[in-house]
Design a protein around this ligand. Structure first.
Ligand code: FAD
Length: 474
C-alpha cells in the first residue's frame, strides 16, 4: 500500500491507512474493527469471511468520489457492496480491502411520468423501486427473489436477470442513464432519459455487468413500463424437456401477456414439494417436468379475470393438442405464491454441502446438457445429487449439486465437472449471477482469449492501479 506525499510515494501499513481514512473521511463514514457488523463480510448463505480493513458508508456521490480518490492515493483496494445477495462472492473482501456499502445512498430522486422513467440512487432496495413505480401507475421491468434486500446498484453491477426477462429483458435493457464514479474519484454522470442517444459511445454499458471492477454505480435512470394488471399463474406438467420447449413456443406465440416461463425437472419438483413446509403442491410430484407460467396484461382495461381467462384458454388448447398432461391454475394469491415458493426452491439450500450453479445454453440444448451434466457428476461421484430448474424462457438453467462428502474433494472439483460440460456445449458459465470470485478461474471456459484481453485493457484504462474489486471477474 503506497501513499503519495509531496509527489513521492510513501509505504503505508494497514493501520496507517485506516488512520488516514478516519482522519480524512471522518467516523460518520468510516467504521473499523469489531464495530463492523459481520453482514458486511458474509457472502449470501455462507459463514462470515474476512473482516475488511474498514467499512465506508457514503451518504452522497461526493462521499463516494472522495473515498475513491483517497483509496487511489493510498492504493488501497476497495470492494463495492450492495445488498450482498450476490451468488458469486463478488461483494465481500478477500483480505486487505475496504468495503464501500451503498445502503445509505438510497431513495427515489425523480419519477418522470412523461418520459416514463424513474431516477434512483444505487443503494435503494429493488422492492422500494418496484413499489414507487407501482404507486406512480407503472411497472418496473425487473424482479427477482432477493427483491427485499438486493439494491439497484447491485442489480446493475451484476446485470441481473430474474423472473420477467422474457417480457422486458435483463437489467441492461432497463437502464437508460447511469452515473458512476471511477477509481480515481472522477464522477461520470450520464443520466440520460432518451431511448435514442447515439452521441458517441454509450458509456453506461461499460459499467452494467462489470461487478464493481470498473466503477461504482451511484445513480441510474430506469425505464418504466405500462402497469401490469394482476397476474394469472399456473403450473403444468409435461412429459420431457422437448415438450417444455414445444410448450414455450406455443405459449409465446399465443399468449402475448406471458411474463414468466420457468421449468422444474422432476427431481427438483419432488424435492421442493417434500421439503417446503406450509406449501400445498398444486400438482402431485411424479415423473414429469413441471412448468410455471405467469401472464399479466398491461392493457389498462384488463382485469385479473382477463389474465386468468387468457391463460386458461391457452392451456386448454395445449391440453387438447397433447402438449401438456396436467395443469393447475392458481385461484388465489396464496396459491400463486405457493407456486412461486416451490419454483424459487429455497428448500434445496438445505441439501448437505449444497452448491448452486447458474448457466445458460441455447434453449434447445438445455435438456441434453442436464442429462450430460448429471451423468458426468455421477460418473465421478455415484452418490452426487443434482437438481435442475430455471428461467428456461430465457435459456437460463440453475443446477443444485449436493455432495455429502464435498470437503474431501473441494468445490473446485465439482465446478470443473459442471463447467467442462458447459464448455463442451458452447454455453455460458454465468447466465445472470456474474463471475465474482467464485467463477473467476473458469472465465476462459466461456470467453475467448481475445475477449478477455479486451476486458483487461478496459480494466487497465479505467482502474490502472487495480484498486476496484481486485480478484473478482478477471
Ligand atoms: C433468493 C435469491 C434469488 C435470486 N434470484 C436472482 C435472479 O432471479 N436473477 C438474478 O440475476 N440474480 C438473482 N439473485 C442474485 C442476486 O440477488 C443478484 O445478483 C443481485 O443483482 C445482487 O444485488 P446486490 O445489491 O445484493 O449486490 P451485491 O451482492 O452486494 O453485489 C454483487 C456485485 O455487484 C457489485 N456491486 C454492488 N453494488 C455496486 C455498486 N453500487 N456499484 C458497483 N458495483 C456494485 C459488488 O461488488 C459485487 O461484485 C438471487 C439471490 C437470492 C439470494
Amino acid at each position: 500500500m503506497m501513499a503519495s506525499e509531496g509527489g513521492a510515494p510513501v509505504a503505508l501499513n494497514e493501520r496507517d491507512a485506516v488512520d488516514v481514512l478516519l482522519r480524512e473521511l471522518g467516523n460518520d463514514l468510516v467504521v473499523v474493527g469489531d464495530a463492523i457488523d459481520p453482514r458486511y463480510f458474509t457472502a449470501y448463505n455462507e459463514v462470515p469471511g474476512v473482516r475488511p480493513l474498514a467499512l465506508i458508508r457514503p451518504r452522497t456521490v461526493d462521499d463516494v468520489s472522495r473515498t475513491l480518490a483517497l483509496c487511489s492515493r493510498l492504493t488501497l483496494p476497495l470492494v463495492p457492496q450492495g445488498g450482498a445477495t450476490g451468488l458469486a462472492r463478488g461483494a465481500v473482501a478477500l483480505g486487505g480491502e475496504v468495503v464501500l456499502a451503498m445502503e445509505r445512498f438510497a431513495g427515489i430522486e425523480e419519477i418522470d411520468t412523461a418520459a416514463g422513467t424513474i431516477t434512483v440512487r444505487a443503494g435503494t432496495p429493488l422492492q422500494t423501486v418496484q413499489e414507487a413505480a407501482d404507486e406512480a401507475g407503472f411497472t418496473l421491468g425487473i424482479d427477482l427473489g432477493a427483491r427485499g434486500s438486493c439494491q439497484i446498484g447491485g442489480n446493475i453491477a451484476t446485470n441481473a436477470g430474474g423472473n420477467r426477462a422474457i417480457r422486458y429483458g435483463v437489467m441492461r435493457e432497463q437502464v437508460l442513464g447511469l452515473e458512476a464514479v471511477l477509481a480515481d474519484g472522477t464522477v461520470v454522470t450520464s443520466l440520460n432519459k432518451m431511448l435514442k442517444n447515439n452521441a458517441g459511445f454509450d458509456l453506461k454499458h461499460v459499467f452494467i455487468g462489470s461487478e464493481g471492477t470498473l466503477g461504482v454505480v451511484t445513480r441510474a435512470v430506469l425505464k418504466l413500463h405500462p402497469k401490469l394488471a394482476s397476474p394469472a399463474t399456473a403450473l403444468c406438467r409435461v412429459t420431457d424437456y422437448d415438450a417444455v420447449v414445444k410448450l414455450w413456443h406455443r405459449v409465446r406465440a399465443t399468449l402475448p401477456s406471458v411474463i414468466s416461463f420457468e421449468a422444474m425437472w422432476p427431481e427438483f419438483y419432488r424435492f421442493v414439494c417434500a421439503n417446503t413446509p406450509g406449501v400445498t403442491a398444486p400438482l402431485a410430484a411424479d415423473d414429469g417436468f413441471v412448468v410455471l407460467i405467469e401472464c399479466a396484461s398491461s392493457d389498462a382495461a384488463a382485469s385479473a379475470s382477463d389474465a386468468h381467462a387468457a391463460l386458461e384458454a391457452c392451456l386448454g388448447t395445449c391440453f387438447e393438442d397433447g402438449l401438456i398432461d396436467d395443469a393447475a391454475l392458481a385461484t388465489s394469491t396464496r396459491q400463486a405464491l405457493d407456486m412461486w415458493t416451490l419454483r424459487e426452491g429455497l428448500a434445496i439450500d438445505t441439501l448437505p454441502h449444497f452448491m448452486n450453479f447458474d448457466v445458460s445454453l441455447p434453449i434447445g440444448a438445455i435438456g441434453v446438457f442436464a442429462e450430460r451434466c448429471r451423468a458426468a457428476l455421477v460418473e465421478r461421484w455415484p452418490h452426487a445429487v443434482s437438481v435442475f430448474f430455471g428461467h428456461i424462457g430465457d435459456s437460463n438453467v440453475h443446477i443444485g449439486v449436493s455432495l455429502a462428502d464435498l470437503p474431501v474433494y473441494g468445490e473446485d472439483a465439482v465446478d470443473r465437472v459442471v463447467y467442462e460440460v458447459v464448455r463442451e456445449m458452447g454455453g455460458s458459465i454465468s447466465a445472470e449471477h456474474g463471475i465474482g470470485r467464485l467463477k473467476r478461474p473458469y472465465l476462459g471456459y466461456s470467453r475467448s482469449a481475445a475477449e478477455i484481453e479486451v476486458m483487461r485493457r478496459m480494466k487497465a484504462a479505467l482502474d490502472p492501479l487495480g484498486i476496484l474489486n481486485p480478484g473478482k471477474v478477471l
